[in-house]
Design a protein. Structure first.
Length: 179
């Protein structure tokens, strides 16, 4: 998908709003996933999005996406975003990300998606990399559970961890006495 960035998409700094780019990326991920699945798809997760370069008003932004991995009901869509100055034709790489989408039937149930046909070494590399990232994410999810801190209490461990951080703890009397 390619779209011209008009002034209405700009933020207070005069550059294209990051949220607008994310919204366009989500549309592209939807189209790519839905086309492969042949069904409606929902976004379940978006990998870290790095904004590598600002996008200027008047630039032509292109989103290139491919389905890099399919599980049972999920699909991973990899995306590369570039912006082109239409007068100088200078092209900048602005974002790379991947979206995990889940295919849904008309009654809202998860559905199995068709397998992916890998036709080049790059296709195999992307599929393998996405598979490894999926395994890593599943392991991370387990590890991160220990750090969700829903039952957080102030302790010596917390104090020691924050000693060299750039924060000042100034709790009201009653909050610190609860620890
Ligand atoms: C996405 C959704 C259907 C998953 O439902 P669920 O009952 O948790 O389903 P499961 O745990 O069986 O996961 C389904 C698939 O999603 C994958 N998945 C679930 N959570 C994930 C996450 N946080 N990151 C990556 N993949 C994830 C699972 O690995 C599984 O993949 P597989 O079928 O290929 O093996 C449900 O969470 C949902 O409806 N979320 C809201 C989506 C939404 O509204 N998006 C924004 C608007 S489009």
């Amino acid at each position: 998908m390619t779209e011209l960035m008009i002034p209405a998409y700009a933020n207070f700094g005069g550059k294209i709003h990051g949220g607008h780019l994310l919204s366009l990326m989500d549309k592209v991920a939807y189209a790519c996933a839905s086309r492969h699945a042949g069904t409606y798809c929902v976004t379940v997760s978006v990998d870290t999005v790095h904004f590598l370069k600002p996008v200027e008003v008047g630039e032509l932004v292109s989103f290139q996406a491919s389905v890099n991995y399919v599980g049972n009901s999920s699909l991973v869509v990899g995306m590369r975003v570039t912006s082109e100055n239409v007068q100088t034709r200078v092209v900048n790489h602005t974002n790379t990300s991947s979206f995990t989408m889940v295919a849904r039937s008309e009654d809202g149930q998860k559905v199995q998606v068709p397998p992916l046909i890998l036709e080049t070494t790059d296709d195999v590399r992307r599929f393998f990399a996405a598979l490894k990232r999926r395994e890593l994410r599943q392991r991370n999810r387990e590890t991160m559970k220990a750090y969700d801190h829903s039952d957080f209490r102030l302790s010596g461990e917390v104090g020691a961890a924050l000693t060299d951080e750039r924060c000042v703890i100034q709790l009201p009397e009653d909050a610190s006495s609860n620890s």
